[in-house]
Design a protein around this ligand. Structure first.
Ligand code: PEP
Ligand code: MG
Length: 542
């Protein structure tokens, strides 16, 4: 028996055979050639084939994992057109009289090293994409078939690293889990694993000798156990069976109302980061989207998403939700969510720095572009706007003025839009303390307990050393929640929670008794929270 630890990117337990996936290490021969122009023509031909393959992969990915996640193949297609990259290949063929495979391999290595040393995180991440397209070109030149894993049974796929193009080519019905040594929780592959609901780990010291052996992936505890002893296998089979049972039982709650035993009805919504998450929202029967973290649209891009791109994303979500509420949070960039093209200066204290609405009220054009996209999309469903990181009444009044200006412009141009509900996130102690004043200006509050905890306890939520002490169940947080609900209700607002604490089912009854109106949680927590609501009493029993 052997075990290794890793970082879970999607929780759960699976048991199965390991399939060790190695990228058919293309043995590239170094050959001197005489007809350099014919070799360049062969390279151009291979580029054309790769172009077609990428376009087919893009189409396939759009259907399977949504447009946003499929975007990576557009990035690959763009890299394939990069003139510096192509010139380098042509030069090696022409000047060094080398075969095309060798020229591509050399260029791929050089460019990927160059990208990996860049300051900008986005460009560093492109290093893997350069390797990916170079390998594709070499495969085409070698006329090798597509080396995606031919899986005959459901497996735990163990790999050094998985490129998105490899992930999307795998047969989803034959996949139980991904376990990789490299990769980050925000890599496209991690996003795809989550989209496919596969309990998976990254950062694992993998071993080729695991191939073909039985293993347990415990993505709750963050470990893989290879060739487990019978006792352990029995134990984990039991856990996996219980997880399945829990899921099946929860499915029975689909279609059921989120109402307490004594008849209080709650809005049970889900949180999303991009358009493709809507499938999960619908599969888990959420009554709406309580938090669409719109900054992910910006994080996935290499330049500002245009109004059209944003409009399309918001409209798609609104249409797919078919009339159910969709609360779009305006840009919450900054702190841990940095985007290179925003050119934000490094800060001593980014969590307490230049972020979210502070940026939007400075860069009004940027804010207006987003608001126009949201208002235009409002004509296609029930959209609301929610503003993060509010600390003052002035900020709210500024936001309302800018919203009015956007609406007037749309009206003058004859562009259809609807009046939308405007709400704010209560995630700073300042907002809590003036929630009575804020309530008079907006239609709803959504309590962001993740940031509220960090600012109330003076504890950076990203700092692993403070993980143990970062306690969202601190009495101060409960008192603040109560105060926000009371002030919100007195001022005519409905009040929800969209931070992680809202998914804590041991607190559901307590929140309900405090008078909470809405809970917005990750899609997979919708049914567990519905269960807790249905078992709760609104009126405290003495
Ligand atoms: C929060 O702070 O609780 C919240 C929901 O927003 P985010 O986690 O995106 O900062
Ligand atoms: Mg927050």
């Amino acid at each position: 028996m052997e075990s290794a630890e890793g970082k879970p990117i999607y929780k759960g337990t699976v048991i199965g055979k390991v399939f060790f996936y190695s990228k058919g290490q293309n043995q590239v021969k170094r050959e001197r050639i005489t007809n350099t122009e014919a070799e360049i023509a062969r390279f151009e031909q291979a580029r054309e084939t790769a172009r077609k393959q990428l376009s087919a992969l893009y189409e396939k990915a759009v259907v399977e994992v949504g447009e946003d996640n499929a975007g990576i193949f557009e990035v690959h297609s763009m890299l394939l057109e990069d003139e510096d990259y192509n010139d380098s290949i042509r030069n090696i063929i022409r000047n060094e009289q080398m075969n095309a495979e060798y020229a591509v391999a050399m260029t791929g290595d050089n460019f990927s090293v160059m990208f990996s040393r860049m300051e900008d995180e986005y460009f560093r991440a492109r290093s893997a994409d350069i390797k990916d397209i170079s390998e594709r070109l070499i495969r085409v030149l070698q006329r090798a078939g597509n080396d995606s894993a031919k899986l005959s049974e459901p497996v735990i796929l163990v790999a050094e690293e998985l490129a998105p193009s490899e992930t999307v080519q795998l047969d989803k019905s034959k996949l139980l889990s991904f376990v990789t040594r490299l990769g980050s929780s925000n890599s496209h592959t991690a996003i795809l694993a989550r989209t496919m609901n596969l309990p998976s780990l990254i950062g694992v010291e993998i071993d080729e000798n695991w191939n073909g052996k039985t293993a347990i992936v415990d993505a709750n505890a963050g470990k893989i156990i290879v060739e487990p002893e019978d006792e352990l296998l029995k134990y984990y089979r039991e856990i996996a069976a219980q997880e399945e049972k829990r899921k099946a039982l929860l499915k029975k709650l689909k279609g059921q109302p989120s109402v307490t035993k004594d008849g209080k009805s709650l809005r049970l919504y889900a949180n999303i980061g991009n358009v493709s998450d809507v499938a999960n929202v619908l599969a888990n029967d959420a009554a709406g989207i309580g938090l669409f973290r719109s900054e992910f649209l910006y994080l996935e891009k290499e330049k500002y998403p245009t109004e059209e791109e944003q409009f399309f994303a918001y409209k798609t979500v609104a249409q797919n939700m078919a009339g159910k509420k969709v609360i779009i949070r305006t840009l919450d960039i900054g702190a841990d969510k940095q985007v290179g093209y925003f050119n934000l200066a490094p800060e001593e204290n980014p969590a307490m720095g230049y972020r979210a609405i502070r940026i939007c009220l400075d860069r009004v054009n940027l804010f207006k572009t987003q608001l126009r996209a949201i208002y235009r999309a409002s004509a296609y469903g029930d959209i609301s706007i929610m503003v993060p990181m509010i600390i003052s009444l002035e900020e709210v009044l500024d936001v309302k003025r800018i919203c009015r200006e956007v609406c007037e412009e749309l009206h003058e141009n004859g562009v259809p839009y609807k009046e939308v509900e405007l709400g704010i996130m209560i995630e700073t102690p300042a907002a809590v303390m003036i929630s009575d004043l804020l309530a008079k200006e907006v239609e709803f509050f959504s309590i962001g307990t993740n940031d509220l905890t960090q600012y109330t306890l003076a504890m950076d939520r990203q700092n692993p050393k403070l993980d143990r002490l970062y306690d969202a169940r601190h009495e101060s947080i409960f008192r603040m929640i109560r105060m926000v609900i009371e002030n919100g209700h007195a001022g005519g607002c409905w009040v929800g929670i969209c931070g992680e604490l809202g998914a804590d089912t041991t607190l559901t009854e307590r929140f309900i008794q405090m008078g909470i109106d809405e809970l917005s949680v990750s899609p997979s927590f919708v049914l567990p929270v519905r269960k807790a609501i249905r078992e709760a009493n609104f009126v405290k029993k003495c």
